[in-house]
Write a protein that binds this ligand. Structure first.
Ligand SMILES: Cc1cc2nc3c(=O)[nH]c(=O)nc-3n(C[C@H](O)[C@H](O)[C@H](O)COP(=O)(O)O)c2cc1C
Length: 170
């Protein structure tokens, strides 16, 4: 898909089919994250690929909200967890840039995705050490953001923008 078509048609997807991602799709999306720019070219982003049947997904859901009707990853076949170095001041910004690269790459591949921030307080909370192990987060790194990816089972109209309100051309 042409780049500006990706931008025009992108939206967050919260319903997925059962179809898994191919290894090539997983590679392309993770690589898109790693191709993102990082401050001072630190390249401090690490990515853990978690399939939907991995027990860590259910554990996070239980700690987050065991009563929820829909789980936090919307039953997407794959969730990519991004972590970044604790000793670097730009880690959160860099993780945000990387995850958006992945979101756009998923769209370009004909897939749907949604960025996930809602588990942060669980994964980086009092069970952080346990989750660091379960999510293969390297020593000295912390979880920052995640993205669930799969085949969209819904259509969502992209949000409107208000250019005149939000942009000042001086
Ligand atoms: C940092 C960040 C965290 C987000 N966390 C969640 C989340 O935990 N769950 C969710 O369903 N959507 C999450 N979203 C998606 C936003 O809700 C979504 O981008 C917003 O509603 C606009 O919709 P659109 O992406 O379809 O334009 C997150 C987006 C960002 C940028």
């Amino acid at each position: 898909m042409e780049f500006f078509d990706v931008l025009e048609n992108r939206s967050s997807i919260r319903k997925y089919t059962e179809e898994p991602l191919t290894e090539k799709e997983i590679y392309c999306i993770a690589a898109a994250g790693l191709k993102a720019p990082t401050a001072t070219n630190k390249q401090e982003i690490r990515i853990t690929v978690v399939k939907k049947d991995d027990p860590v997904q259910e554990k996070i859901q239980k700690d987050l909200n065991p009563e929820a009707q829909v789980n936090f990853y919307y039953d997407a076949p794959v969730t990519f967890y991004l972590s970044a170095a604790d000793d670097f001041g730009w880690s959160d910004v860099d993780a945000g840039i990387a995850v958006e690269n992945m979101h756009l790459a998923a769209k370009a591949l004909g897939l749907g995705s949604v960025i996930l921030g809602c588990m942060k307080k669980v994964v980086n909370g009092k069970k952080k050490e346990e989750y660091d192990k379960l999510l293969c987060i390297p020593e000295g790194y912390s979880y920052r953001i995640a993205i669930a990816v799969g085949h969209a089972d819904t259509e969502k109209v992209p949000h409107n923008i208000d250019y005149d309100r939000d942009v000042t051309v001086k």
